[in-house]
Design a protein around this ligand. Structure first.
Ligand code: ATR
Length: 290
């Protein structure tokens, strides 16, 4: 019988997720299933932390004996400013999604980019020399676009509703990477012009997240050789994925990225290889029972 099912005791190590809101998070189910499976005396809890209080909460984290946290919307960029030591990836992306507390110091990591690449590998998508278009230029896009630009792709197009934000991200990437990268406005006529040369399209906007959202682009702007990756995972077939299916493109939703970024955080906290199958099944189960 696992320690968690026997009950929490005085030695239970606390980790969790800070978000605002946080109730939609599937991470507690995923991590607690893994702790139970590996018989680790850890518990993962959701904490609703107001953005204006994040600094205060982070400064006090070591004094409560909390071992680590994940950060989700809207905390990743703010947390970047309040950790003691930044990993290489967190520095590059200028955002922190995982903290580990070691000797009262906060170590900040970003597992989103590597989690994203692992999710592509697990779907057998080879990114070497591929032409990629990313929709969106917010926090999620930044992590993915920077990581991809350093991972061997051939070219990158960033399409955003606010063109200036796409241009700003392009400027940053040009300083980090040798690949061909440019910005376009997120409009079908611009996308149609370049889409035939693209191999992978990634939706990193929030469009599709809310019930009744229209697909961000229609099947007419897609093609069968494209791999369409929507970072949104609920509903499991997003409006964009429906359009992609109509066009004959292969698709995936964001569950696998959620899984792999979580698995990397788990490994940072516990020092043990994450039980991927168990974590994936618990995510799928949690999705169904929503
Ligand atoms: P996240 O951390 O999830 O990336 P974000 O930083 O707020 O969140 O970024 C949201 C992204 O979705 C942005 O690229 C945003 O476009 P703008 O920069 O123009 O705001 C995009 N987005 C949100 N609503 C959109 C909509 N209705 N149509 C097109 N893009 C939208």
């Amino acid at each position: 019988m696992s320690l968690i099912s026997q009950g929490i005791n005085g030695r239970t190590k606390i980790v969790g997720v800070f978000g605002f809101p946080v109730e939609h998070s599937l991470s507690p189910q995923m991590h607690n299933a893994a702790f139970r499976f590996q018989n680790l005396n850890f518990i993962y809890l959701p904490f609703e932390v107001k953005p204006q209080k994040l600094k205060y909460v982070l400064e006090n984290l070591p004094y409560m004996g909390i071992k680590g946290v994940n950060l989700t919307v809207p905390h990743k960029e703010i947390a970047y400013n309040y950790v003691d030591v930044l990993s290489k990836e967190a520095k590059l992306i200028k955002a922190v999604n995982t903290i580990k507390v070691i000797n009262n110091k906060l170590y900040g990591y970003n597992t989103d980019g590597s989690g994203f690449i692992k999710s592509l590998n697990s779907a057998k998508i080879n990114i070497k020399n591929k032409n990629v278009i990313v929709l969106g230029a917010g926090g999620a896009s930044r992590g993915i676009s920077i990581t991809l630009s350093l991972a061997g792709i051939r070219s990158l197009v960033i399409a955003n509703r606010t063109y200036e934000k796409a241009q700003k991200l392009v400027n940053k990437i040009s300083k980090l990477s040798e690949i061909k990268v440019f910005a376009i406005p997120l409009e079908e006529n611009y996308i149609k012009e370049i889409i035939t040369d693209m191999d992978i399209l990634i939706n990193a906007t929030s469009v599709g997240l809310n019930k009744g959202d229209e697909p961000i682009i229609s099947s007419k702007s897609l093609h069968p050789k494209l791999f369409v990756y929507d970072l949104i995972y609920s509903p499991s077939e997003t409006p964009l994925m429906k359009e992609a299916r109509k066009s004959g493109a292969r698709t995936t939703n964001g569950i696998s990225m959620l899984l792999y970024q979580g698995a990397l955080a788990y490994e940072i906290w516990t020092g043990k290889p994450a039980p991927i199958k168990i974590m994936r099944n618990s995510l799928l189960k949690a999705m169904k029972s929503r």
